[in-house]
Design a protein around this ligand. Structure first.
Ligand SMILES: NC(=O)c1ccc[n+]([C@@H]2O[C@H](COP(=O)([O-])OP(=O)(O)OC[C@H]3O[C@@H](n4cnc5c(N)ncnc54)[C@H](OP(=O)(O)O)[C@@H]3O)[C@@H](O)[C@H]2O)c1
Length: 276
């Protein structure tokens, strides 16, 4: 496969597996994230299987840094045909510890309780920035390559929060709704350039951060974890490998050649759950 793929968040739980899958199919894969060690772990797997990849550190919200990544991708592998915007996530100081307003929030000392009024606005902004501008900036930078190639494909990462905000995660929910909206906007805008833009909306996949929210040290589930499993008709969390087929399809110009502007849930039925 004579194509270059750029995967942001390639050191993470989901996109490390996505990156390895592209490499297995013969693509040249540029692995992007802020921490070299995480990227190197993914690169080790790819190289041990004879795949081609390079590790490029950058913050995806920094346009100059992403432009620099583009130059380094060109030098290593040539222009980008496929962009996977996987970098993203939440931060604990932008998350409430209660599902709804608690009058104790108004008391001067309420240790152990973080309500909406306690949220750190700098962290709130950072979550918005990472998930929204961290999708917009690489799209703008690498779509330039795809215009030159006469076409290409972008896949963004939405969430169950895209459809309806889940409790406790206002910044993340707002941002992921924005990702899906931007996916539609960019799909319509870039269609004349032959560039398709779609998104996947993963249901619940355990990663390093969510492990603490969803599972207890003894391996059992927290009450939030139990609620999620109860409301997921398949009654389990997803496995990263289960996202790969959807991304293969969305980035295949034959199989999905007329598909653009969609957000595809991969969620074990969570969106279809009656919730009763
Ligand atoms: N896991 C789920 O259940 C789930 C559900 C719905 C949506 N998603 C979305 O799917 C994507 C991947 O999630 P994941 O579970 O694989 O999370 P993850 O394991 O935390 O991986 C995310 C990766 O993004 C990188 N990253 C974060 N901010 C960045 C920035 N500003 N610049 C560059 N890289 C950055 C992180 O690496 P560095 O910190 O080294 O930069 C990390 O390796 C995210 O967009 C997430 O919001 C996940």
């Amino acid at each position: 496969m004579d194509k270059t793929v750029v995967v942001t968040g390639a050191g993470g739980t989901l996109c490390s597996v996505v990156a390895v899958d592209f490499a297995r199919r013969g693509y040249r894969v540029a692995l992007v994230g802020r921490t070299l060690e995480k990227l190197e772990r993914t690169a080790e797997t790819i190289r041990s299987e004879g795949g081609r990849c390079c590790c490029l550190t950058a913050d995806v919200t920094d346009e100059a840094a992403v432009q620099d990544v583009r130059e380094r991708v060109h030098a290593a592998f040539g222009p980008c045909s496929i962009l996977i915007n996987g970098a993203g996530g939440n931060q604990s100081d932008a998350v409430t510890t209660v599902n709804e307003f608690d009058p104790r929030e108004q008391e001067p000392l309420h240790e152990g309780l973080r309500g909406f009024f306690d949220l750190d606005m700098a962290k709130f902004r950072s979550v918005l920035e990472t998930n929204t501008m961290g999708t917009v900036i690489p799209s703008r930078v690498f779509a330039g390559d795809m215009v030159g190639l006469g076409g290409g494909s972008i896949v963004n990462f939405a969430s169950m929060n895209t459809y309806r905000p889940l409790s406790r995660v206002p910044a993340y929910a707002m941002a992921k709704a924005g990702v899906s909206n931007f996916t539609q906007w960019l799909a319509a805008y870039l269609a004349p350039a032959g560039i398709r833009v779609n998104a996947v909306a993963p249901g619940f996949f355990v990663n390093e951060r969510s492990r603490r929210l969803l599972t207890r040290p003894d391996g059992g589930l927290t009450s939030r974890g139990e609620h999620i499993i109860y409301n997921t008709p398949m009654h389990r969390f997803g496995e990263a490998a289960e996202l790969v087929g959807c991304i293969r399809w969305l980035t295949d110009d034959e199989a999905a050649g007329f598909v653009t502007g969609v957000t595809v849930p991969v969620d074990g039925g969570f969106l279809s759950s009656p919730g009763l």
